[in-house]
Write a protein that binds this ligand. Structure first.
Ligand SMILES: [Mg+2]
Length: 324
């Protein structure tokens, strides 16, 4: 084992917080953990590769934050509470300052949600990548799937879809401004570089939502997946989409709508609620710490039908955007 990789191990290990549910963390051949009684284990894995899933010039702190955030978002979409994470890092070279910043981003988010890093690996790799597995729990039987939406359910979304993709487009579409000089704390950039997983919202929806998904590839595509899994379709109105003040200031309406529907990287939650449970959403924004907007209704006929001022609105076909 090289000295570099020993240092890498130390950078991460010294920041791990103790927890009663971790019987053996980093240091043995494998981690040993204990689930709370009467709970189901929820597991998700997502890998981010430089140039494909994040900008090669993205701040290291953002890469550390995002590789965990996108996974926590998947747990949120299952109404799960996060517990543990494992991290596999592929590094083209050894850059201690970059790793320290990456760890700052990773642990700032992990500590906020009491997620313990229980293992991982570091390898030399041609491309930089970060692959994270997260595990969490839900009370037995309380998980929310994507497959149980029914005709008549109303469709909701958290936050402002489109903001993250708007931040990405501003960062990539402006060659005069190096990405490293983009201020990651401006609202649109912040939504792209530091998305906040909607864990409180997911948990608050346990006995309310009939189906739920998180938005990684765009509202139109991901809601389409939820409806297909549920064997249903939907009727929606683009005028209901919660476009932020920031996206409206930076883009015209057609571009803002395209970003909101097809942009991706939102990590907001989209979910359905049966009519008899709508009143349970009273005060939801305060409880969950994020705004909530009703955007349409589930129908029997398959497919998504978007309307704009009573006319059919055709969703622009935009493919997955790579960074290089
Ligand atoms: Mg997902």
């Amino acid at each position: 084992v090289s000295i570099e990789f020993t240092i890498i191990n130390e950078i991460f290990r010294r920041r791990v917080r103790a927890g009663d549910d971790v019987l053996l963390g980093i240091g043995d051949d494998a981690a040993l953990t204990r689930l709370p009684d009467d709970s189901d284990l929820v597991t998700a894995t997502d890998a981010l590769v430089a140039g494909t899933h994040f900008l090669t010039t993205a701040p290291a702190r953002s890469v550390g934050h995002r590789c965990l955030a996108v996974n926590l978002s998947d747990l949120a979409a299952m109404a799960a509470e996060p517990l543990w994470a494992s991290l596999a890092l592929g590094l083209p070279d050894f850059d201690r300052a970059w790793l320290e910043d990456f760890a700052d981003g990773f642990f700032a988010l992990a500590d906020r949600y009491a997620v313990r890093l229980i293992g991982g690996d570091t390898v030399r790799s041609g491309s930089l990548f970060a692959a994270v597995t997260v595990q969490g729990c839900v009370p037995r039987g309380a998980v929310v799937r994507r497959s149980a939406a029914s005709a008549g359910d109303l469709i909701y979304v958290t936050g402002c879809p489109g903001d993250a993709a708007a931040g990405r487009r501003l960062a990539t579409g402006n060659p005069q401004l190096p990405e490293s000089r983009v201020n990651p704390m401006e609202p649109l950039y912040r939504q792209f570089y530091f998305p906040e997983p909607r864990l409180a919202a997911g948990k608050a929806l346990r006995s309310i939502a009939s189906a739920m998904i998180d938005l990684s590839d765009g509202l139109h595509a991901d809601l389409g997946r939820l409806l297909e899994a549920s064997g249903a379709g939907a009727s929606l109105d683009v005028a209901r989409l919660p476009l932020s003040i920031d996206i409206r200031a930076a883009f015209d309406l057609p571009a803002a709508l395209e970003l909101a529907l097809c942009g991706g990287d939102d990590y907001e939650l989209c979910f359905t609620v049966p009519p008899d449970k709508i009143s349970l959403l009273d005060g939801f924004a305060e409880r969950a710490g994020c705004p909530l907007t009703m955007i349409g209704e589930v129908c029997k006929e398959s497919g998504l039908r978007w309307n704009q001022s009573g006319l059919n609105y055709t969703v622009p076909s935009s493919g997955f955007e790579h960074f290089e």
